[in-house]
Design a protein around this ligand. Structure first.
Ligand SMILES: O=C(O)CCC(=O)C(=O)O
Ligand SMILES: [Fe+2]
Length: 368
């Protein structure tokens, strides 16, 4: 691909209501190499959404048939309906404590057990060794068609990841060489796919279906069943900053600097959000946004997030294109954009190891 035309930074549109719905952006124009106007327009919309929300709906109806993820949901339901003993046969405890099934409340966020169960799959590695953190083998349910259908989805999401990265490079005004450099950091993505089952929250449950968190990687592509009112996204009020600390995300209760909005499923779309690696790449210009799940309905909800991540050994540091944008703003605005902070480089795999260690509440499941 060639990126020859750096585009000026679009300012976030003023007419998007601050606490209203998230923007809906179609990937369709980006699928055609010839449609340079459409590609630029998609890139500019993604850039604006990342500046303002860190979250957007990505309309992928021309990229995948809706029946495909619906089938994945059906297969997931079939698995979660199995007796606990059978699900436990692929427990992550039998592998590297990361790949496999985590039973209800085994996943922990902010020190509290999440009210969900799930299966995690990671990019396969050469020479797997289950005694090494993250370096074991994926464990697949034996349900007919499960692995085959999910592997097709993984391939599609990996390709979509590269497309969205290319659009983001264009949106940031990167040169061809700069894009090639960034591409080299994600072209062997250490992806993660999670299949999550959420029963409704018990009335007396002191916690969340999934506690407030930021995703730690690059791009999340979330497909969910049609259940409304479950996923919530934290939007900051303009001009006010949310106090965050090194201890973790802002408290669940009593946050006054913004509001939680529902990010209900939109037909034909996935929810796309950026993780902490994009925050580093843009030196804070794009913020990775807090989100959580509160599922109080009556049904059993299924969601399938695909995390398109950098390569395991990728060195992630602020990109010159992002720094050019920041430097192009007057000093007073710059402080507001980035908090005048310089983000420290990280090697993605090292960062991931630290994160995964905090996720599970299993004997020996912590890596740090
Ligand atoms: O299930 C959802 O809607 C969101 C899940 C999520 O945020 C995550 O797994 O990181
Ligand atoms: Fe998340």
């Amino acid at each position: 691909m060639t990126i020859t035309t750096p585009i000026s930074t679009p300012t976030p549109s003023r007419d998007i209501p601050k606490l209203g719905n998230l923007p809906v952006i179609s990937i369709t124009p980006f699928l055609s190499k010839e449609d340079s106007h459409g590609r630029l327009s998609t890139a500019a919309k993604i850039h604006a959404a990342c500046l303002e929300y860190g979250f957007f709906y990505l309309d992928i109806c021309s990229y995948v048939d809706p029946s495909e993820p619906e089938e994945l949901t059906r297969l997931a339901r079939e698995f979660f309906a199995l007796p606990e003993e059978q699900k436990g046969q692929i427990s992550l405890k039998h592998q590297d404590h990361a790949r496999g099934y985590a039973k209800m409340r085994e996943n922990v966020t902010n020190g509290k057990a999440d009210n969900h169960e799930g299966i995690d799959f990671y990019r396969p590695v050469e020479n797997p060794d289950k005694t090494k953190p993250l370096w074991g083998e994926n464990q697949w349910p034996t349900i007919p068609g499960f692995r085959e259908k999910y592997e097709i989805w993984i391939e599609k999401m990996k390709n979509l990841g590269m497309l969205v990265m290319e659009a983001m490079a264009l949106g940031l005004g990167m040169s061809s060489d700069e894009w090639e450099d960034l591409k080299g950091k994600v072209d062997d993505s250490f992806w993660v796919m999670r299949v999550i089952g959420y029963p409704p929250l018990p009335n007396d449950y002191d916690g969340f279906s999934c506690g407030a968190h930021k995703d730690y990687g690059c791009l999340t592509f979330l497909y969910t069943d049609p259940t409304p009112g479950a996923l919530q996204v934290f939007l900051q009020e303009k001009g006010l900053l949310v106090e965050t600390s090194d201890e973790g995300p802002v408290p669940e209760e009593g946050v006054e600097e913004g509001s939680w909005i529902n990010a209900d499923p939109v037909p034909g779309c996935i929810v796309c959000n950026i993780g902490e690696m994009w925050e580093i790449w843009t030196n804070g210009l794009y913020k990775s946004t807090l989100h959580r799940v509160v599922h109080r309905g009556t049904n059993y909800r299924v969601s399938i997030p695909f995390f398109f991540e950098p390569n395991f050994d990728a060195l992630v540091k602020p990109l010159p294109a992002a720094l050019r944008i920041i430097d192009g703003h007057p000093e007073c605005k710059r402080k507001h954009l980035t908090g005048e902070k310089t983000y420290e480089p990280v090697v993605y795999g090292e960062f991931l190891m630290n994160k995964v260690g905090n996720n599970f509440d299993t004997d020996g499941g912590k890596y740090n």
